[in-house]
Design a protein around this ligand. Sequence first.
Ligand SMILES: [Zn+2]
Length: 63
Amino acid sequence: MTQVQPVPDTLSLPCPQCNHKLRESLARLRLNREVSCTHCGNAFTVTEAQLEAFLRMREQLGR
Ligand SMILES: [Zn+2]
């Protein structure tokens, strides 16, 4: 059996306020880019650029 490297579908996002790392699934962020920090309660929006960078990284891993 060949071990295939798993392609991540969860983004690790640092909260802009407290820097706490949040994990959000790609499927959810495609529908709604608003995230609330579980640590300080700050709500922020993931930028299109952040999502695109993640998608590009996934493509490279999937190859
Ligand atoms: Zn926070």
